[in-house]
Design a protein around this ligand. Structure first.
Ligand SMILES: [Zn+2]
Length: 279
């Protein structure tokens, strides 16, 4: 909001300076240019805020609510105020992101809502929003390293540091359909986004407090996963960033087993996501 005010004031001052020049030299054209500049500039600067205002001022679409009720276990558990907050965030996230269907996928409300629901889950208690606005690419199925969809494709989703998020539509649906298996590509990729929002994909999320303690716990947990002693799936042992993203899936979908087996990590995740699902 402060940035927006600064930008508006800067634009008005620039236009006023140009207009003053016109008055001073007794010319008309600087006044015309200043007026045109101001209209174009404000149109550009206000485009996103207006889109967001429109998104939250209209009633939340009942079809979107049904999608959340049917797919998002986290939303089901919320009270009325929590659901309202969640719905508002979903509306803002849909308004804020570009969606690009790929290879014959037809973009619809289901894909829009299910693509951003992971962000609404991850950021629900944090009081912040994803820092970078991204394009969300939707592939029909799993894909390979060359982004080709084939029967050999194993990738369900990915996110680039400052770039797009890519989802396999099949993986996205499967992730939400099975609510307690600790596997959800949408939560996984948005957890990467939270991790990257401080500029580093290091497994330590943006609001982490004692980063040295995080460092120690992640190191120990990596060892535990690699030795098969953790509640997390084997892929979590790839590196610290994947450990955090897989841990987020488990935290939101299977918090009980996670707390039992990986208590220290669980405590840190409560801090990272601003709440304790078992409390
Ligand atoms: Zn990952």
């Amino acid at each position: 909001m402060r940035n927006l005010v600064v930008r508006i004031v800067a634009g008005v001052l620039a236009a006023a300076a140009l207009a003053a020049l016109g008055v001073h030299r007794d010319k008309t054209w600087p006044l015309v240019v200043a007026g045109l500049f101001l209209v174009l500039y404000l149109g550009l600067v206000m485009r996103r805020p207006l889109r967001r205002i429109r998104a939250v001022s209209r009633p939340f679409p009942p079809a979107w609510r049904k999608l959340l009720e049917e797919n998002v276990g986290f939303y089901e558990e919320l009270d009325a105020a929590g659901r309202k907050h969640f719905e508002r965030n979903v509306a803002l996230l849909v308004a804020d992101h570009e969606f690009e269907p790929v290879e014959g996928v037809e973009l619809d409300d289901e894909l829009r809502v299910l693509s951003v629901a992971g962000a609404a889950v991850i950021f629900h208690h944090l009081g912040i929003e994803p820092r970078v606005r991204r394009t969300i690419l939707l592939y029909p199925d799993h894909f390979d390293d060359a982004y080709d969809v084939s029967k050999h494709g194993e990738i369900m989703g990915m996110v680039h540091r400052q770039g797009p998020i890519v989802f396999s539509r099949r993986a996205l649906r499967n992730g939400w359909n099975s609510k307690t298996d600790g596997s959800n590509v949408c939560i996984h990729e948005w957890a990467h986004v939270l991790d990257m929002d401080d500029g580093f994909a290091d497994g330590i999320p943006v609001l982490a407090g004692d980063t040295e303690h995080w460092d120690e716990v992640l190191k120990e947990e990596l060892e535990r996963v690699r030795k098969g002693r953790s509640a997390l799936r084997a892929y979590a042992g790839t590196n610290r960033a994947e450990l955090f993203a897989c841990a987020a899936e488990a935290f939101f979908e299977r918090p009980g087993p996670l707390k039992k087996k990986d208590g220290e990590l669980y405590e840190l995740l409560c801090e990272a996501f601003g709440f304790d699902p078992l409390a």
